[in-house]
Write a protein of this length. Structure first.
Length: 421
């Protein structure tokens, strides 16, 4: 366990203006640390400082007009050279620049982030003596192994990811696997008829909920819509409603048009639904579906489990680990499979109830706030040298055999760090 004097900064460039899993993670972690009495600072790239431990770190936000103008005018070669990777890269770069000076002023010992570019820039700043801060990257954005191997302190969000790194020959003694967590006292099983009424869904309706960015790529919302349309054709007697809540993406408006055309009054799109109202949204649902084929972990899954919802996911080891006995894993790459399983579960309330109870039990045991924060604090002790190293033993063999490489990786340094510092 770490000492109470340990000064920690948790940061997210999107917090305050973007609603995604990694922003929720930053807010939840900083809140949990503050409640335990640690001198934590939560740095956010937008909004206002609402609590004493929050700091707004101004940056060029990804959706701002000046960011878009800069991307139009910057040569592609220069964008690649500094690793900007689009609007999100510009946001991280400008955020990291100001964050470095805050870390230097505060003499923070730990920076914990899920923004990969921010982590690499601050890590570089420490290597050349500008800040004393050690950076932990919680890999929630699917960074490739050739990027991750540059990270000194890495938190994988599931044991599967750590094992994949081992198999690829990419492993460091101070890497670990610690999941995301939720406050299981914030999301609890109940029924939210008021929200159903607000959404104009009848009390006897059967609500299938998906909480994910409303986009085709990765989240596969178009697949979910088409499978729900199949369900409606196969079982017109079922009073089934589809609710999709998530952040706005470039193709969100197109998906809303497509979904409304196919499903009419049986679909509700909740764009940028307030996170503070998510417990009621889960309580308004009868079943949860995540249509992506892969996630780093998926906070929404453990939130749904905490609400005692049966969850349908793709058949992947990460989803099996997250949901345990409360999950239903099927092949979501096949047409018609999801529609069939939706009908089966919607017609069997006792089975939904059984699976939901198992899901919450599994969530309480593995992903509750206290259990996971204890693991994080132990890792902070390892990173700062205040605790003995008790992380997994090294994999068999050495070297980086099997390491996936980028075609642009040869000779590439972290130029963005040098640009900032």
């Amino acid at each position: 366990m770490t000492d109470q004097a340990l000064k920690i900064v948790v940061a997210s460039s999107g917090l305050g203006h973007v609603s995604r899993g990694i922003e929720a993670w930053a807010d939840d972690l900083a809140t949990a640390l503050a409640e335990r009495g640690f001198p934590v600072i939560l740095c956010k790239g937008g909004g206002i400082a609402e609590r004493p431990f929050e700091r707004v770190v101004p940056c060029w936000q990804r959706e701002s007009a000046k960011t878009k103008r800069l991307l139009r005018w910057l040569p592609r070669r220069l964008i690649w050279r500094f690793g900007l990777a689009g609007a999100y890269g510009i946001e991280q770069l400008t955020f990291a620049w100001r964050l470095i000076w805050l870390l230097r002023h505060e003499q923070a010992e730990i920076l914990h982030v899920q923004d990969s570019l921010v982590a690499r820039i601050v890590q570089r700043a420490r290597s050349i003596g500008i800040v004393p801060t050690k950076t932990i990257l919680a890999n929630g954005t699917e960074e490739p192994l050739w990027v991750l191997r540059r990270i000194e302190y890495l938190q994988h969000l599931a044991p599967w990811h750590l094992e994949q790194a081992r198999l690829a020959g990419v492993w460091k003694p101070k890497w670990t696997a610690i999941p995301n967590f939720i406050d299981t006292n914030w999301i609890t099983p109940a029924r939210s008829d008021a929200l159903r009424a607000e959404l104009n869904i009848p009390l006897n309706g059967l609500v299938v909920l998906c909480a994910a960015a409303i986009r085709r790529k990765h989240k596969r919302i178009d697949y979910l819509i088409s499978e729900f349309a199949r369900l409606r054709e196969a079982a017109p007697d079922l009073p089934a409603y589809l609710v999709i809540a998530g952040g706005w993406e470039k193709d969100t408006d197109e998906l809303i048009v497509e979904g409304t055309r196919l499903l009419g009054d049986r679909v509700r799109f909740l764009v940028r639904f307030p996170r503070s109202r998510m417990p009621d949204l889960y309580r308004a649902a009868d079943l949860f579906v995540l249509s992506s084929l892969f996630e780093m972990q998926g906070i929404v899954l453990i939130e749904a489990a905490a609400a005692e919802l049966a969850c349908i996911t793709h058949d992947h080891p990460i989803f099996e680990w997250v949901m345990g006995p409360g999950g239903v894993r099927i092949n979501l790459e096949a047409s018609g499979v999801l529609a069939g399983r939706l009908e089966e579960l919607l017609r069997r309330p006792s089975e939904r109830q059984r699976l939901g109870a198992l899901a919450r039990q599994h969530c309480l045991a593995n992903f509750s706030r206290d259990a996971v924060v204890d693991q994080i604090l132990a890792y902070y002790g390892v990173v700062t040298g205040r605790a003995p190293l008790t992380l997994p033993s090294p994999p068999r063999g050495e070297g980086n055999a099997g390491l996936p490489s980028s075609p642009r990786e040869e000779g590439k340094e972290i130029h963005e760090a040098r640009a900032c510092v």
